[in-house]
Each structure stands twice: as structure tokens, then as C-alpha cells.
Design a protein around this ligand. Sequence first.
Ligand code: CUA
Length: 370
Amino acid sequence: MSERDPVSQETAKGPPETDPRLAGEKHPVARMLAIGVVASLVGIAICLLIDWFPVDASGAAHKIDTLYDVLLICSVPVFILVMTIAIYSVVRFRAKPGDMGDGPPIHGNTRLEVIWVTIPFIMVTALAIYGWIVLDDLEAKQKNEMVVNVTGQQFAWTFEYPDQNVNSNELVLPVDQPIDFNIKTKDVLHSFWVPAFRLKSDAVPGLTTKIRLTPDRVGRYEVVCAELCGLGHSTMRQFVRVLPAGEFDAWARRQVRAGEGGTEEGESGEGSGGQGGGGGATAADGEQIFTAQGCGSCHTLAAANASGTVGPDLGKLQDTDASFVRESIIDPSAKVEQGFPDGVMPADFGNKLSREELDALVKYLLESQE
Ligand code: CUA
């Protein structure tokens, strides 16, 4: 097999002066190594200088960012090494025009092969162990965790605080408090993601998934759905507010009071006149439903401090007839307001509400007209 016919051997070797060593140049490996080291240092410096990540607002973010930096530091030299050898070989060993001969047959180089299998194996194994340690650390149960139940539905997140007895369509967290998120979905796959916290978890029908983290920077950050979940997926964005502990407690108390509703200050805004609706349904119940069902993430309603822009402004209804409002909840496609897309509001939205809840919601919307 290794026998070569004299003609191709000669063309493959070419004239003797093509061997760089004979022309007084350094050995190609030494050259490539020198170029590779310089290029790697420059590449690593550039990679570390680039601001890849959004603001970091949780303990998890620091560990994850460090992990990414280590991955960059390890992968840049590998990339540079491969590219240097490839580019150098293409330029230096390019066939002369008209040279149609085969290259010399090579059986391989055992030492080189052992090196290029062993080094990547050690690198990948070490990085996998490091990654596993970080993940294990992030998932570890913390002392004094506060539970927040996150529910995804087309196309909003709602948040339940069992300890505080609060339901909210805004995520509010106390700073430096370990949080245990339990993530569920009412309909299809969603993915709960706060880029500033770095962690993300799918919401899977039939399962409860978990994220643990400790917000450590006061501020307002985006909550994003990161799983294509239907026409309104791109609008499934809300905010998380990280507050000092005292302010969080005050917020939670206010929410509890608002939730208790009608008897205290639930109706303070509009008075409790009441037309439409029926039975024992009150507009205060309606406000609670409006909040719990996440209506405000798609609709503006001044009375509920909601400012969604996906669907029509519910404080300025085109038709203030109770039957129209009811129909629009049960069958959103029946009459679609001009300028808004059909099919974004879930068609089964009405099924999620009992008769009384529907009555209460209709009543609340009618009383909330500007
Ligand atoms: Cu929910 Cu995308």
C-alpha cells in the first residue's frame, strides 16, 4: 500500500527549496505555536473585555458568569489553534498550479493522536465537573426560602405567594431573600426566564419545575417567556421588581388588603353602583379575577393599573353593552376590534371562569370605563 510510483513521488515532494527549513525559516510548528499563543492571548483579552451579559441581579448570576468566562478562556485557544493550523497549512502547503499529483501517503502520527485526544478529553471532563459543581450549588436548598408559585398561561405570568397569601400578575421580590420558584403552566409549554437572574426553566404541562435563586440587587428587570407558546409569545413579557425587605412587606400587605376586596377598600375608585352582571358577583371580585388571570399583561385598564398593549384598552370599550363584553370574553374572535389581530386571546379563556366569575369580570369591566 505504501509503495509509491516514482512519478507521483516526485511531484508530491516538489523541488527541494519548498521545504521551509532549507530556506532558513523556523520549523512550521514553532511558527504556528508562536502565532497561536499571541492570537490566543489577544482573543482571550477581547472575549473578557466584551460585555456579554445583562446586569447581574442574583447570586446565581455571578457563578454562571464566572463559568462562562472560564469556558471562553478554555475555548479561545482551542479555536485559535485549529484555525492557525488550518490557515497556515492552506497558505504554506498549497499545491502549485498544474500540480495534479497525490500527496505522500501518511500513516499517521501516534504521539500526535494521543495528544489531541487526551488534552481535549481532560479539558471537557474538567469543565463538565466544574459545571456540575456550579449546578449542584445553584439547586441546593437554602435556609428560610420564600416560595413563589409561577404560573404561565397564554400569554401572561401570574405569581402566587403562599406564605403571604398574595396573588399578583407582577413579580415582586425582597432583596437578599432566597426564593424557591415552583413553575407550572395552565396550557402549553412556556419558559420562565429572568435574564438578569440568568436562570430559566420550562413550564411543562403536568409538571412542576423549580428554580432557586437569591436576588441581590434592587431594581426592575424583565421577565420573559423563552418558549414559543403561540401568537402572543413575544408579548409574554412582564417585570420583576426587587425591593428592600421592608418595602416588599408593605407591598405584600397592600396586595392582601386589595385581595380581600369589596368590604374594605376594593371599590374605593368607582363606587358600587352596578348594572349588568348578576347574582352575588361584585366588581371587586372582578378586579381580583382580572389580576389573577393576567388580563393586564395584554390589556390596558387604568382602574387596574394595567398597561398591556397587545389587545384593546378595556377602559375604553367600543360597546358598553354587557352582552358584548361577555361575548368578547367567551368568544374573542366574534368581534375583533379594528387594529388588533384575531386569535391572540386564547379562545378557551371563558372556560377558565365559572359563571359567577364571568359575571363579576363583566361587571368590573363595565364599571371601569373612563
Ligand atoms: Cu409563553 Cu412564549
